[in-house]
Design a protein around this ligand. Structure first.
Ligand code: PLP
Length: 454
């Protein structure tokens, strides 16, 4: 077990320098209080005051093999010692090997890998490829989605963080994807939700003009927006619609990919396995140890750029350190059965425990997910499903969720919180004991959320 080694003085200095000079993402700079982190190992991290936390967030849902896995750390050290960096136009062992290992695991004929430094750049390039491949301008994406924060990716994103920076010029049209608990289609069951969502997508395409639509982008299982597993038939229905209209189907697996759902890719779960034309990945590909993302490309789209240059690239595309980390991560996931562990712990421990919490706690409106990818919808009232805090609440209005978060931390659990939801997204190699420890802490924290139920 990793042991915290308290050193409050160092912690205070780290914090002071952070507050003086680090400009944090998504934050009002003077209203935040970031924890100074001293170290991390496996499923835990700790601060300088001797507090240790079980990380039910996997960072930002990326440490799929936990922190500081010795084999991956060693692979990064070895790569640094032999070839720390090299420009993208060369064939480099770590890059070739990472591409091979990724292509072997992505669905169908997605056999060519374009490397980026993260998820948003993968989305940028996937949509660019789709536009060039089809010669069409528009991309359709779902409300209640997250695709990244660069210019095109934030315009595709269907959540309130888009609003301040959406310039409306990116050729993006939003549509509603299925979400039975808060059904945009007033459906009463999954089958109805699926049928109505597909009809709505057909209608959107008809009114936009199919000949104007390059791509439809969807998260296989939308993550940040609430882990909404699609109903049976939905993704295969979208695949069929795309085929019929010559539209490129992009599945964004930045969060759901690389073991998170208990299979290598979330697309593998649904309707006998979905094969998109482009698949974006990042995060879990190397557990976030070194920034890496990419696009897996079908043979048909690769063919478009066989004799015509692809107009896009990044200085650090396929950076050797990041690729060496990916090779080591994928090998560790195979050797240690980490994808299988995510499926087993998800099915045997987390699913039944969360179902039981939902029954016992008045604040838990719904539990949904799979593998190591779960969301609890916290509500004021189970009947009306009114969220425990209003959409996009800050300050006093967000107090019930803040109280829930503080209670979890007091129990030694670091929770993932988004609006009125908490997500259970621990490392995919979490042990049974750790999972049970986290669930017990969650139980206690939910009792605090219960106090805010009306
Ligand atoms: N796509 C999805 C589905 C994501 O969850 C994220 C990040 O959370 C992104 C894209 C953006 O990735 P990045 O933050 O690495 O740019």
């Amino acid at each position: 077990t990793p042991q915290p080694n308290p050193n409050p003085q160092v912690g205070a200095a780290v914090k002071a320098a952070d507050r003086a000079h680090v400009f944090h993402s998504w934050s009002a700079q003077e209203l935040i209080d970031p924890l100074a982190v001293a170290g991390a190992e496996g499923s835990y991290f700790w601060d300088y005051d001797g507090n240790r936390y079980l990380d039910f967030t996997s960072g930002l849902v990326f440490t799929n093999i936990g922190y500081q896995h010795p084999k991956v750390v060693a692979a990064i050290q070895e790569q640094a010692a032999t070839m720390t960096t090299f420009a993208p136009a060369f064939a480099v062992e770590a890059r070739s090997e990472a591409a091979r290992l990724i292509a072997e695991r992505t669905p169908g004929d997605l056999d060519k890998i374009f490397f980026t430094n993260g998820g948003a750049e993968a989305v940028e390039n996937a949509t660019r490829m789709a536009r060039l491949h089809t010669g069409r301008p528009k991309v359709l994406s779902a409300y209640r989605s997250y695709h990244g924060a660069t210019s095109a990716a934030i315009n595709l994103t269907g959540d309130p963080r888009r609003w301040p920076s959406d310039n409306g010029t990116a050729g993006v049209v939003h549509f509603w994807a299925p979400f039975l608990y808060r059904s945009p289609f007033y459906a009463e069951n999954e089958q109805q939700e699926c049928e109505r969502a597909l009809q709505h997508l057909e209608d959107t395409i008809a009114f936009e003009g199919p000949q104007t639509i390059a791509a439809i982008i969807l998260e296989s299982v939308p993550g940040t927006a609430g882990i909404m597993t699609p109903p049976p038939g939905y993704l295969s229905g979208v695949r069929e619609i795309c085929d019929r209209h010559g539209i490129v189907f992009i599945l964004d697996e930045v969060m759901a990919g690389f073991g998170r759902t208990g299979k290598w890719f979330a697309a593998d779960h649904f309707d006998g396995g979905i094969v998109p034309d482009l698949l974006t990945f990042a995060k879990g590909v190397n557990s976030g140890y070194v920034p890496l993302g990419g696009v897996a490309i079908s043979s048909a789209i690769a063919e478009t750029f066989a004799r015509r240059p692809y107009p896009g690239g990044l200085t650090y595309s396929g950076h050797p350190l990041a690729c060496a980390a990916a090779v080591a991560t994928i090998n560790v996931m195979e050797d240690e059965g980490i994808v299988e562990n995510a499926a087993r712990v998800g099915t045997e421990i987390i699913a039944p425990a969360l179902a039981e919490l939902a029954e016992r706690h008045p604040s838990v409106g719904e539990v949904r997910g799979l593998g190591m990818f779960w969301a609890l919808e916290l509500v004021k009232d189970k009947e009306t499903r009114e969220p425990l805090v209003p959409y996009n609440a800050t300050g006093e209005a967000n107090a019930p969720m803040a109280a829930f978060g503080a209670a979890a931390k007091k129990q030694g659990l670091w929770p993932f919180i988004n609006m009125n939801r908490t997500h259970v997204v621990p490392p995919c190699n979490i042990t049974d004991t750790e999972a049970k420890e986290g669930l017990a802490a969650l139980d206690a924290a939910l009792s605090v959320a219960d106090e805010h139920v009306s």
